[in-house]
Design a protein around this ligand. Structure first.
Ligand SMILES: C[S@@+](CC[C@H](N)C(=O)[O-])C[C@H]1O[C@@H](n2cnc3c(N)ncnc32)[C@H](O)[C@@H]1O
Length: 372
């Protein structure tokens, strides 16, 4: 495919990317608009592109505005008060911004009741510097930042950390991991070297033998760099057998992180690569496959006394959802190898595991688990 087409048509892998953006925003806006605390949500799309591609594909600004419009009218119908949503779209090319303005108008995607809409055509560095100024001043506001460059050279781990350190921000970052991986083989360019060295803080970086391992290392690098107060996850998009791109998601709130994982599992399930757990029932027809979450949970619970909040957080940090752990626990209970106790030591009701955000927040030590 010629380079020109890549830039003027929305291709499948980019469609998967904006699909995840939309699925996540739907869940995020639904929770935050409703939390009775957040006055305003600010969405920033810092490399927003032109909005509408020649093949009719809709890019990030239109995906964002559709979600904003949907949630606004759903809120009007059912809530007395809810957060306003401001959107800021930036791209260095002014012509792209002019095109978005036209398309937004033609498709009636923005009404002033939603909140403010801002367009700019600045270099990313200018925009990010003004975010460093702006975000710490906000009160009862939250920010979501989408960063979708063509090249990784624009991005610095320290900038992402600085955005996260404001405590009100979630970031979705697209990195062209495939190109980074390829470069990491023959004569690593200085820009990639700088990126990796900043991320790993000069600790060892192993030459990865596959793109998947390369992405894993980046994820671990980001997690270590950000610290355990933050949640980091990846969403990989395979363009063809040899090409894999990746979105990185950063959140400082476990609930926001859970919503991103839900969006990711939803898309994976549609694509047939979702959760497939059959328990440990022996089968005549195929070997029993070990489930990666099951193995990790087994070690985690055997290690020491684990409460519901521990297991909730552990599940999410492994990129799985509470419903997956519930399935495994149910299977273990049916096999007679899992006991669940209330904190006073009496047995809990069967099938009650309390692995969810509400218990994590309000009753983190409601139950603990013993595995025989
Ligand atoms: C991958 S595209 C964005 C695609 C868009 N998010 C979408 O979903 O359709 C990257 C965009 O970044 C813009 N860009 C390139 N260098 C930039 C810079 N230094 N600052 C801001 N935007 C830049 C390009 O004009 C291009 O539209």
């Amino acid at each position: 495919m010629a380079q020109k087409d890549v830039k003027t048509n929305l291709l499948n892998h980019s469609e998967a990317k904006v699909r995840l953006l939309g699925e996540y925003l739907k869940r995020y806006l639904n929770i935050i608009c409703n939390d009775k605390y957040t006055r305003k949500i600010k969405i920033f799309d810092l490399f927003c592109g032109e909005g509408l591609y020649e093949n009719g594909g809709e890019g990030s600004p239109l995906v964002i505005l559709r979600e904003v419009k949907d949630i606004h009218f759903a809120n009007v119908a059912k809530l007395k008060s809810f957060s306003q949503i401001d959107c800021h779209f930036n791209d260095i090319e002014g012509t792209k911004i002019e095109k978005i303005k036209r398309v937004v108008e033609e498709k009636s995607l923005y009404y002033k009741e939603f909140g403010e809409i801002v367009f700019s055509s600045n270099d990313y560095q200018i925009e990010i510097n003004s975010l460093f100024e702006l975000l710490p001043k906000l009160q009862n506001e939250k920010a979501f930042i989408f960063i979708d460059p063509y090249e990784y050279k624009h991005i610095k781990a320290s900038q992402i950390k600085r955005l996260m350190d404001t405590g009100i921000t979630e970031v979705l970052l697209w990195l062209p991991t495939q190109f980074m991986y390829r470069f990491s083989f023959n004569g690593i360019p200085q820009a990639l070297k700088d990126f990796i060295e900043e991320l790993t803080q000069y600790k060892e970086w192993n030459k990865a033998e596959s793109i998947w391992k390369f992405i894993d290392q980046l994820k671990i690098g980001f997690q270590n760099y950000m610290g355990m107060n933050y949640f980091v996850d990846t969403f990989t998009i395979q363009k063809d057998t040899n090409t894999v791109f990746c979105l990185f998601f950063f959140s400082s709130h476990i609930k926001g992180f859970e919503k991103m994982l839900e969006a990711k599992w939803e898309i994976d399930t549609e694509q047939g690569k979702g959760w497939n757990y059959t328990g440990n029932q022996p089968s005549l027809f195929h070997d029993t496959k070990t489930n990666p979450l099951e193995e990790k949970l087994r070690l985690f619970i055997k290690e020491k006394k684990r409460f519901n909040a521990d297991v909730y957080e552990f599940t999410l940090r492994q990129s799985f959802l509470p419903k997956h752990t519930n399935e495994i626990f149910y299977n273990w209970q049916m096999m007679g190898i899992l006991d669940v106790f209330l904190s006073d030591g009496t047995k809990a009701r069967k099938r009650a595991y309390y692995i969810d955000y509400k218990y994590f927040r309000d009753d983190p030590e409601k139950v603990y688990y013993k595995l025989r």
